[in-house]
Design a protein around this ligand. Structure first.
Ligand SMILES: Cc1cc2nc3c(=O)[nH]c(=O)nc-3n(C[C@H](O)[C@H](O)[C@H](O)COP(=O)(O)OP(=O)(O)OC[C@H]3O[C@@H](n4cnc5c(N)ncnc54)[C@H](O)[C@@H]3O)c2cc1C
Ligand code: SF4
Length: 483
């Protein structure tokens, strides 16, 4: 990887950030870029090797909580990593596709917004991302239409998950994940100890352990520890990126600009660039997360070969989404054991992820002065989300009714974050109510692409990263692939 200390001249493309959105864009863009193209990646954080991360006990020397001010609901936090490789360092590698209905929430159920793309538009990209990340997943029983098996075999399922699959066919599935079920060329198989935000054996997919090829390309230069603050825009064209490095403000010129700084910082960079829009920075949302345990009667759990084993979709889709939220249940191979004598393994720890609908009041804003931190303001979850959360116990009892269940225990406090950032640079067909188009190109500034979950009009309860990566590849194809 060519790490530079100083930018030199102008570039064909300037890419901000080195997380999933930026890296999958870069990968695809390089396929068709000319041999003499010059591409610059500007990354705010440092590059910490896996060994260094283990020594530090964290993924980055920058504490993400110090990069913005949290305002509103005191119980709500947000989570991401500021370092080379972005969220790939800290993610848990659950790699789910969105369902076709997640793209058409408004036209199907009258709530949220429709996406300007459909499941069919992304299918080929999903397959390519799954191959690149070496996803382990089911051979036949995927919750979505997939042409052919996943690159790696599925993980071993615990007994209760196998029983659920038999008794609820079409609703309970083995997980699809970038935690490998067998050794790959670059990573050992997952050993199920469940501290995936800093995987001790470097098993889950990260950009550093398995996807450095885009950065090793001789056309690519990487500038680390440089924070992009804004873009110089003249008329309908972005001309330069303005960044700070070592306390000094500098600029770099380019023909194409790609913002991949995540759903908090992308909108702030656009605001500082004077690209105001009524929807910019608004609609910040992520899933409402509830943990709990299903107490079983006479059946042991924890025979799985990875940390999250099963996915239950029985309360995921249907006309109820008009006035209730969709739910995805993950069954976990770790968590609280039971204290009842002789029954300590007769429990399924689970995570219930409840869809939240975008609301304008939840937003990011720049600080008062150029030196102040951006503000992340969260005023509350949508009505449908809270309605569903209030019935959580009942829903879980119904879902697990095919098993002999003694009871369901819900934790009273929701998770503080699902670690996802959606909605702040919304994608759509109409420039009046959206920032970017179906290829994530800014409606007005046509040499500016904004990748990442901020573009999601609605955030489904399927984790977003597979979709972020697929969308980024689609954007790169639009801009570089010969017609
Ligand atoms: C603990 C945790 C667990 C997760 N688990 C999962 C999971 O199991 N499945 C899943 O699908 N998703 C998961 N996620 C979410 C996943 O990490 C994100 O969806 C994904 O990283 C978003 O990709 P991105 O490219 O938009 O942003 P990021 O990956 O956050 O990348 C943004 C990049 O931009 C850089 N940057 C920021 N500001 C600037 C600036 N001003 N100038 C230059 N560079 C900048 C950052 O350092 C970073 O490299 C998890 C997240 C966390 C925190
Ligand atoms: S379960 Fe353990 S080995 Fe598997 S990815 Fe997570 S931390 Fe790594």
């Amino acid at each position: 990887m060519k790490i530079i200390e100083k930018v030199d001249g102008s570039y064909d493309a300037v890419i901000v950030g080195s997380g999933f959105g930026s890296t999958f864009f870069l990968h695809q863009f390089l396929k068709y870029a000319p041999a003499d193209a010059r591409i610059l990646v500007i990354e705010r954080g440092r590059k910490h090797s896996h060994a260094e991360q283990l020594d530090m006990g964290t993924q980055s020397s920058i504490d993400q909580a110090t990069t913005y001010d949290r305002i509103g609901d005191p119980g709500k936090t947000w989570n991401f990593t500021v370092a080379f490789g972005g969220g790939s360092n800290c993610w848990w590698a659950n790699s789910y596709r969105q369902h076709p209905s997640d793209f058409t929430l408004k036209s199907t159920y009258g709530v949220g917004r429709d996406w300007p793309v459909r499941y069919e538009d992304l299918e080929a990209y999903y397959i390519e991302v799954e191959d690149l990340m070496q996803i382990s997943g089911p051979v036949e029983d995927a919750p979505w239409l997939r042409k052919g098996p996943y690159p790696l075999p599925p993980h071993q399922l615990p007994l209760p998950d196998r029983m659920m699959m038999e008794r609820q066919p079409g609703f309970h599935f083995p997980v699809s994940t970038a935690r490998p079920s067998i050794d790959t060329a670059t990573r050992p198989k997952c050993c199920t100890n469940g501290v995936c935000h800093l995987c001790p054996i470097d098993s889950k997919f990260t950009i550093q352990n398995s996807f450095m090829t885009p950065y090793e390309d001789p056309r690519v230069e990487v500038l680390l520890e440089a924070e992009v603050r804004s873009l110089d825009v003249t008329g309908r064209t972005a001309q330069k990126a303005v960044f700070r490095r070592g306390g000094a403000s500098q600029t770099v010129a380019g023909d194409l600009f790609v913002l991949g700084a995540n759903g908090v910082f992308n909108p702030i960079i656009l605001m500082r660039s004077g690209l105001d829009h009524p929807q910019l920075g608004r609609n910040l949302h992520e899933q409402y997360a509830l943990f709990g345990e299903v107490h079983l009667d006479g059946i042991d759990h924890f025979q799985g070969s990875t940390v999250v084993n099963g996915l239950n979709y029985s309360h995921y889709d249907g006309p109820f989404r008009k006035d209730e939220a969709s739910v995805l249940i993950e069954t976990w191979n770790l968590g609280r054991l039971r204290s009842d004598h002789g029954k300590w393994r007769q429990v399924i720890p689970f995570l219930m992820k409840i869809e939240d609908l975008p609301q304008e009041k939840n937003r990011v804003e720049p600080g008062e002065s150029d030196e102040s931190l951006p503000k992340v303001i969260f005023e509350g979850y949508s009505e449908n989300t809270l309605k569903t959360a209030a019935c959580a116990q009942e829903i879980v009892e119904k879902i697990f009714s095919p098993l002999p269940v003694e009871g369901v225990v819900m934790r009273s406090v929701p998770g503080r974050t699902s670690s996802h950032l959606h909605g702040t640079t919304v994608m759509g067909t109409n420039p009046k109510d959206s920032l970017i188009d179906a290829d994530q190109i800014h409606h007005t500034v046509r040499n500016l692409v904004v990748v990442g979950g901020g573009g999601f009009p609605t955030g489904s309860q399927s984790n977003p990263t597979l979709t972020i990566s697929a969308m980024a590849m689609k954007a790169a194809d639009k801009l570089s692939k010969p017609a």
